[in-house]
Design a protein around this ligand. Structure first.
Ligand code: C2E
Ligand code: MG
Ligand code: MG
Ligand code: MG
Length: 282
């Protein structure tokens, strides 16, 4: 498996992973046939501008079905895909699918796509993205790539070069899950992110004084660096009110809308002032 994934994947091997477990092997086998058998799909979750109430864009989230129809959560299959190297083909498939099924018409302005550090480390990744943009005629400025602040994100010069190539294509770079790992501050020092997404774990205790102060400190840190701020996982009216009070730029979460298939977004976004949006789905 390490061979299939190349040197970069071997470095990500974690002995505590159930690497040889049946589940992991089954997922690895499934991933090999997933694209050909249409077992993989994308759902899209709305991103709302807090000041205007307008849905500004969506995040693409990958879904995987097993042959019997049951679904495998990304928390299980993404690590396996990264370990086996399947993430490279899945990642290209995701970017192409976003361009074809959502960005082909003008109804959704910007789509953010999660990209793995494995993709960023792989030579030729930016070139393959440029090729997809060329084939589909989609402007790079309509894509944002989300990079997760993970433990494994070593500061590779390959990654920094890849990120600057992607920026030349007009693609915006976002930092995902800020506050969950140890690497976030280093990344903030090195990369000019367009937007930083604060992990939803910071909302859990933001009703209490300590949690609220912590969130305010993180917001100040990101804002002082000149990045836009998106808070993930906003679920309640109280949390939404706090986001307005704190002047957060964008929010995402069940309060705005759950991830849904592309068909539900092929309509004109409308202005609205409350949490009710045409894109909100049950
Ligand atoms: P993420 O990029 O941080 O995505 C946000 C996750 O939080 C999604 O889970 C979403 O469904 C969930 N979520 C959104 N709003 C709420 C909320 O209000 N409350 C709660 N409790 N959850 C909320 P999902 O779809 O299971 O994805 C999990 C992770 O898997 C993603 O985290 C991302 O890191 C990874 N992932 C998903 N799709 C892809 C992909 O295409 N490529 C890569 N490399 N990773 C992906
Ligand atoms: Mg994300
Ligand atoms: Mg992520
Ligand atoms: Mg996130």
């Amino acid at each position: 498996l390490a061979k299939a994934g190349g040197r970069n994947c071997a470095r990500l091997f974690d002995p505590s992973d159930p690497q040889s477990s049946d589940e992991s092997e089954n997922i690895a086998a499934l991933l090999k046939i997933a694209i050909g058998q249409s077992l993989v799909s994308l759902v899209y979750q709305p991103i709302q501008n807090v000041a205007t109430g307008r849905v500004e864009g969506v995040e693409a989230l990958m879904r995987l079905r097993m042959l019997d129809g049951t679904s495998v959560p990304p928390s299980l299959f993404i690590p396996v895909a990264e370990r086996t190297g399947a993430i490279l083909e899945l990642g290209r498939w995701a970017i192409r699918t976003v361009c074809c099924e959502l960005l082909a018409d003008d109804h959704v302005r910007v789509v953010s796509v999660n990209v793995s550090p494995i993709q960023l480390k792989t030579p030729g990744f930016a070139t393959s993205v440029a090729a997809i943009l060329g084939e589909t005629g989609v402007a790079g400025s309509r894509l944002a790539f989300e990079i997760t602040e993970g433990l494994e994100m070593e500061m590779h010069s390959d990654i920094l070069r890849c990120i600057s190539d992607l920026k030349l294509l007009g693609i915006r770079i976002w930092l995902d899950d800020f506050g969950t790992g140890f690497a976030g501050l280093s990344w903030l020092r090195l990369i000019e992110f367009d937007t930083v997404k604060i992990d939803r774990s910071f909302l859990h205790d933001c009703g209490a004084p300590r949690g609220r102060a912590m969130l305010q400190d993180i917001i100040a840190l990101i804002r002082n660096r000149g990045h836009k701020i998106l808070v993930e996982g906003v679920e309640t009216d109280e949390q939404m009110a706090l986001m307005r009070e704190f002047g957060i730029d964008k929010v995402q979460g069940f309060h705005v809308g759950r991830p849904a298939p592309a068909g539900s977004f092929r309509m004109k976004p409308t202005f609205h002032n409350s949490q009710t949006t045409v894109l909100k789905l049950a």
